[in-house]
Write a protein that binds this ligand. Structure first.
Ligand code: SF4
Ligand code: SF4
Ligand code: FES
Length: 232
């Protein structure tokens, strides 16, 4: 099996370049994941840089672009990938080293939508109750693991990363905008009601296609726009 991996060490390389590694097919089983193969690559060359932690699709740290599509390597069966396997860092963000990117802008976009429940009065003795129907509305909007696979596959994010909020942050914003307990509904909508922050989304659905958790940021953004038109 051959893997071509994008390499870049800012201390010695002017631009990224590709390096091909060969892995013995006898080491590959039917349930081998791409991350397992990357560990084998690292046995050949310990300097190959990539992030990982949980190794089971929970932490969101091993997003990478594989054969042109963003994936989490730990839950991508190697048997589903056509060869040669071409691996690049998630697109649209600065490369720190090899497959490791600087996620600062992505996290800043998340922070900017105040991703926490705001209720009143602040009383730790009081429960903020929801009906089962109100709770059910949050399904599909709270399960995000912040892997970045969606935002870094979005053309609107690539071209206007400083203006467009990006699908992950907008999904997070929608999670609180539709929460019956949150009292900042109108403030949150007003903050996002701009031609660039939200309406730069063209619903091409790259984000939804890329999400390894099966979430649908594109639909959440569409619903967000509808709520803006109704409530503002
Ligand atoms: S649907 Fe919107 S957020 Fe998703 S990739 Fe397309 S432009 Fe980006
Ligand atoms: S919405 Fe999906 S692709 Fe985007 S950051 Fe969350 S889990 Fe990752
Ligand atoms: S290593 Fe945690 S999601 Fe892949």
């Amino acid at each position: 099996m051959k893997l071509t991996i994008s390499r870049y060490n800012p201390e010695k390389d002017k631009v990224p370049y590709d390096e091909t590694f060969e892995i013995d097919d006898a080491l590959i089983k039917h349930d081998t994941m791409l991350l397992d193969v990357l560990h084998l690559v690292r046995e050949q060359d310990p300097s190959v840089g990539f992030r990982f932690s949980c190794q089971e699709g929970v932490c969101g740290s091993d997003g990478m672009n594989v054969n042109g599509k963003n994936h989490l390597s730990c839950i991508t069966p190697i048997s589903t990938l056509s060869q040669p396997i071409i691996i690049k860092p998630l697109p649209g963000l600065p490369i720190i080293k090899d497959l490791i990117i600087d996620m600062s802008l992505f996290y800043q976009q998340y922070q900017d939508v105040d991703p926490f429940l705001q209720t009143e009065p602040l009383d730790h003795e009081k429960e903020h109750l929801q009906s089962p129907e109100e709770r059910a509305k949050l399904d599909g909007s709270y399960e995000c693991i912040l892997c970045g696979c969606c935002s870094t596959s979005c053309p609107s994010f690539w071209w206007n990363p400083d203006q467009f909020a990006g699908p992950a942050a907008l999904l997070a914003a929608s999670r609180f905008i539709i929460d019956s307990r949150d009292i900042k509904h109108i403030d949150r909508l007003k903050d996002l009601d701009s031609p660039t922050k939200t309406f730069r989304c063209r619903h091409i659905q790259n984000c939804t296609d890329a999400c390894p958790k099966g979430l649908n940021p594109s639909r959440a953004i569409q619903e967000l726009k509808s709520i803006m038109l109704k409530d503002l």
